[in-house]
Design a protein around this ligand. Structure first.
Ligand SMILES: Cc1cc2nc3c(=O)[nH]c(=O)nc-3n(C[C@H](O)[C@H](O)[C@H](O)COP(=O)(O)OP(=O)(O)OC[C@H]3O[C@@H](n4cnc5c(N)ncnc54)[C@H](O)[C@@H]3O)c2cc1C
Length: 446
């Protein structure tokens, strides 16, 4: 652990939060300033209340996919995949691809995604029909046996990255550009004077600033409140206005099955694509008791960092108002939800439903803290926008570890170049009724 750096008295750009977005923005902004002869990393300070990767960026399962029903999300992800591919070694990015295996009701949405991926040159194949799905999956894993699924979208790009390796690589890249990352320092106030934030107040003194970037992950609602921004948001849908809380939390359920990661190799003994299954089939535990009667979704991959087969289940909405939720990045650490069912039992049963090799393995589920909490916007899609004249808010609505490229686009906007890829994510879309299309997936973010 190094010494905590001192805060400067003043700085041009103050970025709050050393997660994937704060660090990616810092790194790219330093390069933008230098390329334009308009400054360098010494014009940027990142303030972090704990340490880099202390939030969800350091616990994310790290899946990188393009599979989104919303065209604007897909285009943004395709851009981010290029950033992942720019330095796979440093990010510990494994370009193994991604499988979206779906039930019948999702078929048309996924077929559309496939068509549109072809249009933007994002390589993928689409397998249609129950028998074709079984055959295709057996071609990857000979023990595949899932029922309740009838299509596969196989994205040849994407995959997953080791979360902390990525955070540390971004930190090193930002620091190499001269950015100062001040840890163990919490922002406590963002006083607005004459419409803009002139100072960032912390528990270790204050900094005079020209620009602020709020990249605080699930803590973004707290910064939003410091800026006195609205607690509710009006959304126009087909000419009718609905008022929604601006922020809600969802709990993400993840865990690890304690087998050797090599246990999940493909038929050739190589690393398989990340597997995501949305099935419409009854799920039973090892004693034959019914766990889930109907639709469910899981994702999993071999993971040498987590030390096993790691993945997650569908998230659930935290019903309390956001202020009453203790924002622990590990959220409800022992996920015993799924309407009274143990996450671990359900997830292990789902893996066994899909592949015979997982039969009888539920007892190997790890009890280490896992999963976490995410702040979601009114439509569960990101908000990337400027508020109070000089505060750029990066609120990714929990889509975000894969969005490593957003910081590159935000950096361009900070130096005055509006980015078409970010336009669909302005806050004004709610009042103007320019919403993203909604899919038939059981997840709030697909
Ligand atoms: C369990 C889980 C699994 C996930 N899996 C995936 C996945 O597979 N793929 C994917 O794309 N996304 C995934 N996500 C979502 C992804 O992790 C987040 O969207 C992303 O990491 C958010 O990055 P961030 O930089 O906005 O925030 P964070 O990583 O939360 O970083 C914010 C930082 O701000 C700091 N901070 C907060 N408040 C203050 C303050 N007042 N002053 C100073 N510092 C402050 C925090 O300490 C933290 O370090 C997952 C999320 C969870 C919870």
């Amino acid at each position: 652990m190094g010494m905590t750096k001192n805060l400067p008295e003043s700085v041009r750009y103050c970025i709050i939060g050393a997660g994937i977005h704060g660090l990616s923005t810092a790194w790219h902004l330093a390069r933008e300033l230098k390329a334009r002869g308009a400054g360098d990393g010494s014009d940027i300070v990142v303030i972090e209340k704990s340490h880099a990767g202390a939030g969800p960026s350091g616990i994310a399962c790290g899946v990188v996919r393009n599979n989104y029903f919303q065209p604007a999300m897909r285009e943004l992800m395709a851009h981010s995949v290029e950033v992942w591919e720019s330095d796979p070694e440093a990010f510990e990015y494994h370009a193994v691809g991604y499988l979206q295996i779906s039930y019948a009701e999702m078929r048309d949405d996924v077929a559309t995604i496939h068509e549109q991926q072809q249009a933007i040159g994002y390589e993928s194949v689409f397998i249609d029909g129950e028998k074709a799905t079984l055959d295709y999956m057996k071609g990857i894993f000979s023990d595949w046996r899932a029922t309740g699924v009838s299509s596969v979208l196989h994205e040849k790009k994407g995959g997953y990255a080791h979360n902390m390796a990525t955070v540390e690589a971004l930190l090193a890249k930002a620091e190499a550009e001269g950015v100062s990352v001040v840890t163990d320092t919490a922002v406590t106030e963002l006083p607005v004077n004459g419409g803009a934030v002139t100072h960032v107040v912390t528990n270790r003194g204050m900094v005079e600033v020209d620009h602020v970037v709020a990249a605080a992950g699930p803590w973004v609602p707290k910064l939003w409140e410091m800026l006195d921004l609205p607690d509710t948001t009006d959304i126009v849908v087909n000419g009718t206005t609905h008022t929604e809380p601006t922020w809600r939390f969802w709990a993400l359920q993840e865990g690890t099955l304690g087998v050797d990661p090599g246990y999940l190799m493909n038929n050739e003994g190589g690393m398989p694509p990340v597997v995501h299954v949305d099935a419409d089939a009854a799920l039973h535990d090892e004693d034959g008791d019914l766990l889930v009667d109907g639709k469910w979704g899981v994702y999993y991959k071999p993971d040498f960092n987590f030390g096993g087969v790691q993945g997650g289940y569908m998230p659930y909405k935290v019903e309390k108002p956001w202020r009453e939720v203790a924002i622990d990045p590990y959220g409800p650490a022992s996920p015993d939800f799924i309407v009274g069912r143990d996450f671990r039992a359900v997830w292990a049963a789902a893996l066994s439903h899909c592949q015979e090799r997982f039969e009888g393995k539920a007892g190997l589920m790890s009890h280490a803290p896992s999963g976490g909490i995410g702040a979601f916007t009114p439509d569960s899609f990101p908000v990337f926008d400027t508020f109070c004249q000089n505060v750029y808010v990066i609120a990714d609505s929990n889509h975000g570890f894969k969005m490593i490229g957003v910081g590159a686009l935000v950096a361009k906007e900070l130096v005055g170049e509006t980015q078409t890829l970010l336009e669909p994510f302005r806050y004004s879309r709610y009042a103007e009724g320019r919403l993203h299309p909604v899919s038939n997936s059981p997840y709030p973010w697909s």
